[in-house]
Design a protein around this ligand. Structure first.
Ligand code: NAP
Length: 246
């Protein structure tokens, strides 16, 4: 029986997930790398025999089912790291884009139900499930109705799951990153204070997950400030954020 630890990472083809893949490989893990970008996934497998690549769309439960069935010989996943996600904004609130809202919820939140359905059975006692949410859930931000709602849903899901999995000795880690430089944030047209690299984000997640922390947030100079601002009356925050937009 293999003693090598196995981590499954969704969104391993870009940004934070790609940095996590490299960090887990460098630390001797077998990595089940997931994403839609088949070219990149094939390259990972060619570059490192410790990579098992699974290409699927996380919004499609049948594709996830098919992908999971390819893991028949993998007895155990030690860390299920649910990182894949997308960010799209509601640019014209009066012409509310219901389809965009549904798509973001499907990618960031609904997908997690399918991923848990098909992969959680492989996570045994002593294992861990990690959810990459966002520090955006600490405060309401303009245009973030869809993204923020999807990530707030993840927070509840993770915190509730932690209670239910405690009896099975499976830990749950919820991650609230601040701004991280990746293709996802390269599209942003607003200032992103205390921006970290994807390698900095990956190190914080890797170390926090290893320590089995329930909750990770970084960089603290941003997230602690946000937590402080969240204590203010709604009207004060609303004034501040509207002023910052001018
Ligand atoms: N960057 C930040 O500042 C920041 C801050 C807070 C939270 N986060 C969260 O961190 C996570 C990673 O973000 P990132 O910044 O690293 O973004 P990124 O560079 O755009 O990477 C997103 C990853 O998710 C995968 N993905 C997206 N939609 C998918 C789908 N339908 N099916 C399968 N895979 C899908 C992509 O894979 P393919 O391209 O192969 O489909 C890609 O590997 C996200 O959940 C994001 O919300 C990021």
């Amino acid at each position: 029986m293999s003693t090598q630890n196995t981590v499954l990472i969704t969104g391993a083809t870009s940004g934070i997930g790609e940095a996590l893949l490299q960090q887990y490989l460098a630390n001797g893990y077998r990595v089940i790398a997931c994403g839609r970008n088949k070219e990149k996934l094939t390259q990972y497998e060619q570059d490192n025999s410790n990579v098992i690549a699974l290409a699927f769309d996380i919004t499609d439960s049948e594709q996830i089912h098919q992908a999971a069935s390819k893991l028949a010989e993998i007895e155990r996943i030690d860390i299920l790291l649910l990182n894949a996600g997308d960010c799209r904004y509601i640019d014209d609130v009066k012409a509310f884009d219901g389809q965009l809202f549904a798509d973001v919820i499907a990618t960031n939140l609904q997908s997690l139900g399918y991923l848990l359905q098909y992969f959680l059975p492989k996570v045994g006692a002593g294992g861990q499930v990690v959810f990459v949410s966002s520090s955006a859930t600490l405060l309401p931000f303009p245009r973030a109705e869809a993204y923020g709602a999807s990530k707030a849903g993840i927070d509840y899901l993770a915190n509730s799951l932690r209670i239910d999995l405690a009896a099975q000795n499976i830990a749950v880690t919820l991650v609230h990153p601040g701004f991280i430089k990746t293709p996802l944030t390269d599209k942003n047209d607003f200032p992103m204070p205390f921006l970290l690299s994807s390698q900095q984000a990956s190190s914080r997640i890797y170390n926090g997950v290893k320590a089995k922390k329930s909750y990770l947030h970084f960089p603290k100079r941003l997230t602690l400030l946000m937590k402080l601002l969240a204590l203010l009356p709604d009207a004060v925050w609303q004034k501040l954020i509207l002023k910052s937009e001018k």
